[in-house]
Design a protein around this ligand. Structure first.
Ligand code: PEP
Ligand code: MG
Length: 840
């Protein structure tokens, strides 16, 4: 029930459940108690149907049906969460009475639940009602005691008017200075993490660099600030929770905003591509998605939307704009739900980034200023998003420039809703090579793959979302192509080379035949890889080699199995620990490890690597001393040994998955026998306590470990060689160093010698050896690795087919002869040359 006062809007939220109200701080879950998900109330329920506390629209309905969000007509997003750890029940015991996007009235049933079943299986039945967009709320008063569902008001809110929002009461607090650790600066992902975290606080929050400052709750403003690696930053917060905000956000910045420093952005191509010399008739661009495509030019130009400049009454225009923003969010949520049903993590990530832009206070503020000046919502919104996009497009960083396309995409989605125009699908004729000035991620996501064989845009680059989507769809793509491409006539025959970033007109039958031959070769290779992927990997002389996958989570486990992985040789468990404010609980971890084990089943090996963070990969909630040489400091297993609480929790969670599959536990960055013994001792205690067991392995990624492999092999079940780190430590060249990384070649003879030594030591003691570093996915290196005696290759999911196909072509005996030759060479380039001639 909302009441307008002269200066503010008052809103009462009704009790969603009957029961006793308890303070949020006393909820036995740090995320809720710490108000990380929002402020509000908790209730110990005596009823079993969750009711809408307010009229509005259902903006979120969790798949497990234990949580739901309602956007009230006043723009307050109310999150309702039934019980604690109920997500684990995966919907068991819950029945949704409404669907995403439904309009609900206050008191309407939302979710019914079985209190006996949920009470028995979940950690607690205590349920929360939280305000997700706290910045809309000026003040909040909670009732106490016993309440009746749908009758008693339990939260009294005084809402802020976003257009006239003034800094909340309370002083300003500046944080300590933080040097940004993110190699790529604050690009879209960490910027979104920072903005979302800032919005959790009621205070007005600014990100400061020297005298310059931007609104830290706005992704667009943060991107426009172009924060680079090494920039010295501060957080300034003004308002009631200023101190907490400034400290927490400074910690978040120092920790890389959920991004492992040195990491490439999601979906970036694995390797830089050597530029190709152009010949006549060729137009150059940037390689964005590999592969060759032969087809006819289809020039695509998006429809221009008609926009009226003058607005009606500003209050109506504003409501119109807010409704369009909400509806755009629902559209994206619906697309996400469809995409999630498939296996496309890249697309879900992009759509989430777009949802984040819809919440951007900077964009909203600027559009509302236009509305206030008498413009229509559509006109003001278009002016706001085009100005933001133009600002980003002018920045120095390619990564940030490419986000301009995302703003235009989201902007057009909202504009279409405001103008009532239908956003048309790209209707391409068969065998098209689509050429456009730019293509929005939404347009790219809806392309008909049976008709569009290749994509070519004059804007964007390989880290843009269109490029990421093209790679996930397997469509060759070139970005930033020469403008002349826009002048090619429709139906012109062209070849698009997404591997080298070239578009070439095909003239004459000889050229056409040559192009067809190359495409046929490519598809023959793909068919061969595809067929090989589904069979066990065996050399031509009958030696079985296990080809496993490197994955991060259950979703990727599914992808790995369907791509033909014979197991998982490396589950990088640290990904469960990133992008969050606290460490995952034992139950959360156990759920994910269990899900992976179930997907693989008992017939496929699962190697879970314990937490590999610290040093260069910090976690915001894991304060470690700052170090002069983080790669040589507290990293990998050293962190686990320094924090046995975290280590024991993780080991217990992993061990709980043991009955579900063929479980192996592996310790990262072991450098000494003492470290292995200390880690095993803790593991042994936890295993005994739980009555579970698992095989134990060591990652060989420090030269000392390779050199004492003989001793390590006697106290372990297997080795997996991390060639990424082994190379950097062997050659003293930082794997992420802009100049040195290229020379840090895992095919350097010194690294091959360490691999050989490790394999010989392991085999002497009857133990197997895998390679899980990037070298295992390099088809050129495979004869060398087989020759050195490696038993397993754990590779990136897309490489599985090609690696298996290459193994099938090789004879183990010949590879052994080759390896002996390679060990006598002195440089990486000599090794590469010899491997290239061996492959011919
Ligand atoms: C490696 O170092 O080769 C490895 C597989 O570990 P990560 O790349 O995760 O450090
Ligand atoms: Mg490593």
């Amino acid at each position: 029930m909302a009441v307008a006062s002269p200066t503010s809007i008052l809103l009462d939220l009704l009790a969603p459940l009957s029961g006793v109200l308890v303070p949020l701080e006393s909820v036995p879950d740090p995320v809720f108690a710490g108000k990380l998900a929002g402020d509000g109330i908790a209730i110990d329920p005596t009823s079993s149907v969750l009711l809408a506390p307010v009229a509005g629209k259902v903006t979120q309905l969790h798949r497990a049906h234990h949580a739901i969000a309602i956007m009230s007509d006043e723009g307050v997003e109310v999150l309702l969460h039934l019980g604690l750890d109920t997500v684990m029940l995966k919907g068991e015991g819950f029945t949704a009475k409404v669907a995403l996007g439904d309009r609900v009235e206050a008191g309407q049933p939302l979710i019914a639940f079985d209190p006996v079943l949920v009470g028995r299986k979940a950690a607690s039945l205590i349920s929360m009602m939280l305000i997700a967009n706290g910045e809309r709320v000026g003040s909040m008063r909670a009732a106490t005691g016993l309440v009746a569902a749908g009758k008693d008001p339990v939260l009294h809110l005084e809402l802020r008017d976003p257009a006239t929002e003034a800094p909340a009461a309370g002083g300003s607090v500046r944080s300590r200075t933080v040097t940004l650790p993110n190699i790529l600066g604050l690009h879209a992902r960490p910027a979104a993490v920072l903005a979302a975290a800032s919005r959790q606080f009621q205070s007005v929050v600014h990100l400061l660099r020297g005298a310059a400052e931007v609104n830290a709750k706005s992704v667009v403003a943060i991107l426009g600030f172009e924060v680079k690696f090494g920039d010295v930053l501060q957080i300034e917060a003004t308002g009631p929770d200023a101190r907490k905000a400034s400290e927490a956000l400074a910690d978040l910045l120092a920790g890389g905003c959920g991004e492992a420093p040195g990491a490439a952005p999601a979906g970036a191509p694995a390797k830089p591509v050597v530029p190709k010399a152009l010949v006549a008739g060729e137009l150059a661009g940037v390689a964005a998605s590999p592969g060759l495509a032969l087809g006819q030019v289809f020039q695509y130009r998006p429809k221009v939307m008609e926009v009226v400049e003058k607005g009606a009454d500003p209050a109506r225009e504003r409501t119109h704009l807010e409704a369009a923003l909400r509806d755009a969010g629902l559209q994206i949520e619906a697309i996400k739900a469809r995409v999630r049903a498939g296996v496309d993590a890249a697309r879900v990530g992009i759509l989430s980034a777009h949802q984040e832009l819809l919440l951007d206070p900077g964009l909203l503020e600027s559009a509302l200023a236009g509305v206030g000046a008498g413009k229509s919502a559509a006109f003001a919104w278009r002016a706001a998003f085009t100005a933001s996009a133009a600002q980003l497009a002018g920045l120095e960083s390619a990564l940030l420039r490419e986000r301009a396309n995302d703003i235009r995409d989201v902007g057009r989605r909202v504009l279409a809703l405001l103008t009532g125009s239908v956003q048309t699908r790209v209707e391409a004729p068969p065998d098209s090579i689509l050429i456009a000035e730019e293509l929005s991620p939404s347009e790219a996501a809806q392309l008909d793959r049976t008709k569009v064989l290749g994509l070519c845009t004059t804007t964007g680059g390989p880290t843009g979302h269109v490029a990421i989507l093209a790679r996930s769809l397997g469509i060759p793509a070139v970005c930033g192509i020469d403008q002349a491409a826009l002048n090619l006539l429709d139906k012109t025959m062209v070849v698009l080379d997404g591997t080298h970033g070239v578009l070439k007109q095909v003239s004459g039958t000889a050229e056409l035949a040559q192009a067809k031959e190359s495409i046929d070769r490519q598809s023959a290779d793909r068919t061969r890889d595809h067929e090989a992927a589904q069979k066990p990997a065996v050399t031509a002389d009958g030696v079985a080699i296990e080809v496993a996958a490197n994955i991060r989570n259950a979703q990727e486990a599914r992808e790995a199995v369907s791509a033909g992985a014979q197991g998982v040789g490396l589950l990088r468990s640290e990904f469960l620990f990133l992008d969050r404010a606290t460490a995952p609980t034992e139950d959360e971890q156990a759920a994910e490890y269990g899900a992976v084990a179930r997907i693989l089943g008992p017939g496929r090996k699962l190697v879970i690597r314990t937490l590999d963070v610290g040093g260069d990969k910090p976690l915001s909630y894991l304060p470690l001393p700052s170090e002069a040489n983080p790669f040589l400091g507290l990293r990998g297993v050293r962190v686990s040994l320094a924090r046995p609480d975290l280590f024991r929790t993780q080991l217990r969670a992993i061990l709980r998955a043991a009955p579900l599959g063929d479980l192996h536990i592996m310790f990262p960055m072991i450098a000494t026998l003492e470290e292995l013994r200390a880690a095993r001792l803790i593991l042994g205690q936890e295993a005994q306590d739980l009555g579970r067991s698992a095989k134990v392995g060591v990652m060989i990624e420090v030269p000392s470990a390779a050199l004492i492999a003989d001793a390590l092999a006697q106290e372990t079940d297997f080795f997996s060689i991390g060639t990424n780190d082994l190379t950097q430590y062997c050659m003293a060249m930082d794997r992420g160093h802009p100049q040195l990384a290229k020379q840090a070649d895992a095919l350097h003879p010194s690294v091959l010698k360490l691999i050989g030594l490790t394999v010989d030591s392991a085999h002497r003691h009857g133990k197997w050896v895998g390679i899980c570093g990037g070298l295992a996915s390099d088809v050129l290196a495979i004869p060398a690795l087989l020759g050195l005696g490696v038993d397993e290759l754990s590779v990136s999911v897309p490489a599985i087919g090609a690696v298996k196909a290459r193994i099938a072509q090789l004879r183990k005996g010949e590879c052994e002869g080759l390896a002996r030759e390679l060990l006598k060479l002195s440089t990486a380039s000599d090794v590469r040359q010899r491997l290239t001639s061996f492959a011919e």
